[in-house]
Ligand binder design. Structure first.
Ligand code: NAD
Ligand code: COI
Length: 330
């Protein structure tokens, strides 16, 4: 069996090489993201393993069909960047890793919330500038006195809610399909609007599908109480960034934590071509003391990497040996 893995970073390389030895498959690895222009590297492979936030589009699937590579095995959760109609047209199967370490993202959310509640960006900037900030200018808020709105209570949302509950926060949740076996402390409301009116912190854990575009738009952000904080580790398109910036500039919101950013593809392009990021929304947010931007890294821990690589390889083995993947995505 031959697997070509694209977008492989240093940590992943270690696990891929270990698995290639123990499971005995031929491995080709490259740090490059897969596109129609470099897929030829995978000629003769049974599948490609890949992970990226850029597009998986028709030209890529057409070339995969030409090269007779039937499977694109994602190492990640999100599938919002896949042109499924094109995949179907060329009969390319897709699998993902629906859960690799929800705790990795959940802990990142809690960290971001604590940093925002205790204004650490303002403090770090002052200290870097050789200044001391008086405690009075740094008055914080305690998580256990907050009411957190969790939007989406799937793998990551539920784990995040559980951590926050264990730290003493009150949890209010909204999901299109509420958990049937929800614990007592997980209080669901019937609408997103109801949730937004009642919470002081909100965290997003729904997929970035087209129908979730700007789930938090200007009207909905305006429902949040004064000094609420918004955290997004879901997908960039879930928030109308212009509306978010307006709320922050009006000082209606006390802060925002953005790991998944609406214009992250633009920033990535700029950085990859060796430029400083110039994207205007990014610059506006980055300038603010009460906004923490992270470059889509909530997912990245050693445990997560091990599972992402291992489960994507399991999917490929299952496809080759039994004709179906364990985690097909339609
Ligand atoms: P999941 O599929 O387990 O849960 C998603 C939940 O959202 C489901 O319960 C679903 O019913 C609900 N939902 C979908 N649309 C909704 C809507 N409009 N309103 C209310 N509920 C809705 O997904 P997950 O594993 O918890 O992951 C959540 C998202 O986190 C992923 O889709 C992915 O985009 C993102 N993610 C980000 C990172 C990162 O590094 N920042 C890492 C992994 C996943
Ligand atoms: C996901 O698993 O969906 C992520 O957001 C991680 C990213 C590397 C694509």
């Amino acid at each position: 069996m031959k697997i070509t893995a694209f977008g492989v970073n240093k940590e992943e390389k270690y696990y891929f090489e270990k698995l290639a030895q123990t499971k005995n498959f031929e491995l080709v690895q490259t740090p490059e993201w897969v596109t129609a222009d470099n897929i030829e590297l995978a000629a003769g492979s049974d599948a490609i393993s890949t992970m990226q936030t850029g597009a998986y589009d028709e030209p890529l699937f057409k070339k995969m069909a030409d090269l007779q590579i039937p499977l694109l095995a994602l190492r990640n959760v999100g599938t919002d960047n896949i042109d499924f109609a094109a995949a179907r047209k060329y009969n390319i199967q897709i699998s993902n890793v629906p859960s690799y370490s929800p705790a990795t993202i959940a802990e990142f959310v809690v960290m971001t919330m604590l940093r925002l509640l205790r204004k650490t960006k303002k403090m770090d900037r002052a200290i870097e500038a050789g200044q001391l900030v008086s405690a009075q200018k740094m008055t914080g808020r305690t998580l256990r006195d907050e009411t957190v709105g969790v939007i989406g209570t799937g793998h990551i949302g539920f784990t995040t809610a559980e951590l926050l509950h264990n730290m003493g926060a009150k949890i209010i949740a909204f999901d299109a399909f509420p958990k049937k076996d929800a614990p007592d402390w997980l209080q669901y409301v019937d609408s997103l609007e109801d949730l937004l009116k009642q919470v002081s912190l909100v965290t997003l854990h729904v997929p970035g599908l087209k129908e979730n575009d700007h789930l938090l738009n200007a009207d909905r952000l305006a429902l949040l109480p004064q000094d609420a904080i918004v955290v997004n580790t879901g997908r960039g398109n879930l928030i109308d960034t212009d509306a978010l910036i307006a709320e922050l500039q009006m000082k209606r919101l006390a802060g925002a934590g953005i790991d998944t950013f609406e214009y992250e593809a633009d920033i990535e392009r700029e950085i990859q071509s060796g430029e400083q990021p110039q994207e205007s929304h990014y610059l506006a947010l980055q300038e603010m003391d009460n906004v923490i931007i992270t470059p889509h890294i909530a997912y990245h821990s050693m445990k997560a990497v091990e599972n992402m690589v291992g489960i994507s390889v399991d999917n490929i083995f299952s496809y080759v040996e039994q004709g179906t993947t364990i985690n097909p995505v339609k």
